[in-house]
Structure formats: C-alpha cells, structure tokens
Design a protein. Structure first.
Length: 270
C-alpha cells in the first residue's frame, strides 16, 4: 500500500490505472474504499488516485498544526507533487468537496476539472454546527461512538428509505463502532471540528471555471440537501445533477448513475 509522509504523518492513498489523473476525495468518517465502484470503472481509462483522510482508513493521525481545510488542501497538493501530477480532475464528496474547492481556488492551474458532490462550502448553519459539536464532545469524553450515537450518526449518511440491515449500512456502522479511542480523540473529533467549523468560501465560487465544474448530490441527501447544491451551481454558473434514490454517500447508493455522470464529465475534460 503506498504512503507518503506529509507534515510528519503517513498519508495513505491508492494509485490505479493510467491516463489523465483523477483525484477522489471522500467523506468524513469514510475511507477510500467508499470509491470502489468508481475506481473500478474510471481506472480503465484514467489514473485514479484516492486518499484516506487523516485518522481514516490506513492514514496516520491528523498532523500537528493542522487547523483548517486550507491545511488539508495544502497536504493534498503535496500528495500531487509527490506523484508528479501537474493537472488533475478532482472529485470531492462532502468534506472532500469542502477542501477541494480551496485547492482549486489556491492552484487553479493544477485543476483540469472539479466535481463537487454532496457538499457545501458556506459556513455550517449555527444550530447544526452546535449539534455536531455536542456529538464530538460526547465522543471525546467517552472515547467511543456508543450504540446510541451510532443510531444518530449512521442514518445521516443515507437516504431515509435505505434498509438498515443492508451490507452498506451495517458495514459502515461496524467500522465506526470499532474506531479506537486514541484515533477518535486525536484525529476524528478534531477533523470533525475543522470540517463543521469551516469558514465561508461561497463568495469566492465565482472564481472557479464554470465550464470545468459540476455540482451534484443525492436527491435525498439530508445533511447537504439539494438546495445547497443548486445555490452553489448558481454562484459558479455551472450545471448540477441530482442523483436519484440517493442520500449523502450518493456514489454508493446509486453507483451506476454517479459513475456514468463522472465518465461523461471526464470525457469532456480530457
């Protein structure tokens, strides 16, 4: 498994296929395996890179001094430099889109295309932010995501009609339940506070290349509803797509639809 040391910590990533580069940046609380359907399809024609966020998957702890999504974007750029990738199409879902926008704004010459999925780059609405921060405090204090908290957290990521006995749902729940206390306290909780305490970059969306940008989200995404996707698409001046029968992790709830949209977007950009 390939790793690169960035800011003193090992960042884990996968690098599969050849061709124009695509960087897949996933959701908080998920690792790069969430992209399995897209990696399988896209790597037939493209060089696909997918990274594990700090404290997630096989990556090391959140590096000391990492305080904002701008830091996460800078660290991702260090990965691209390490891989000698000059230009990349970035597909960012949830927090991946939040720091992905910051990367695109800081080094537009490195971005070939940008897909923002199930994400929002405005500030978190205050009631939601306070609610999430209260959950982080509970996790920090106990060192575990309790069954009661799992009942709250896990459904956030899926459409309301999902079968809670499905493998997708149960596997995610089991992964969260198994997170060790030190990882939760040193990486997961601080990363959550960085994510939901983010600053507002909505005013800068007009700087993005509208012709090279697409916004999309699950039509039943609860934490990042379609209204936010439409708002961002209008500010950018780019198209948007709603993923049918999908919640927050839309690429896994409707993988065929998402993969088709991504392949069409990539074909236009390359």
């Amino acid at each position: 498994m390939p790793f690169v040391t960035i800011d003193g910590q090992p960042l884990h990533y996968i690098d599969q296929g050849t061709g124009p580069a695509v960087l897949l940046a996933g959701s908080y609380l998920w690792d790069q395996t969430m992209w399995a359907p897209q990696i399988a399809a896209l790597s037939q024609q493209y060089r696909v890179i997918a990274l594990d966020l700090w404290g997630h998957g096989e990556s090391g702890s959140l590096p000391e001094g990492t305080q904002s999504l701008d830091d996460i974007a800078r660290q991702a750029l260090a990965l691209l430099d390490h891989l000698h990738i000059d230009r990349v199409t970035l597909v960012g879902l949830s927090v991946g889109g939040m720091w992905g926008v910051r990367l695109a704004l800081s080094v537009p010459q490195r971005i070939n295309g940008l897909v923002l999925m199930d994400t929002y780059v405005g500030i978190e609405p205050e009631p939601t932010r306070q609610y999430y921060f209260s959950l982080f405090k509970q996790i920090e204090d106990s060192g575990v995501i309790s069954p009661q908290l799992l009942d709250i957290v896990v459904p956030i990521f899926f459409r309301p009609g999902i079968d809670p006995q499905s493998a997708l749902y149960q596997d995610f729940r089991a992964k969260l339940a198994a997170l060790p206390p030190e990882r939760l306290r040193e990486s997961i909780v601080p990363m959550g506070r960085i994510t939901f305490g983010r600053d507002d970059v909505l005013p800068r969306l007009g700087e993005l290349d509208a012709e090279a940008t697409l916004v999309m989200c699950g039509d039943q995404d609860k934490p990042r509803p379609p209204s936010e996707t439409i708002e961002m698409a209008e500010l950018i001046g780019c198209p948007y797509a709603l993923v049918p029968e999908a919640g927050h992790i839309s690429n896994l709830e409707n993988p065929a639809f998402v993969t088709e949209v991504l392949l069409a977007f990539l074909a236009e950009r390359n």
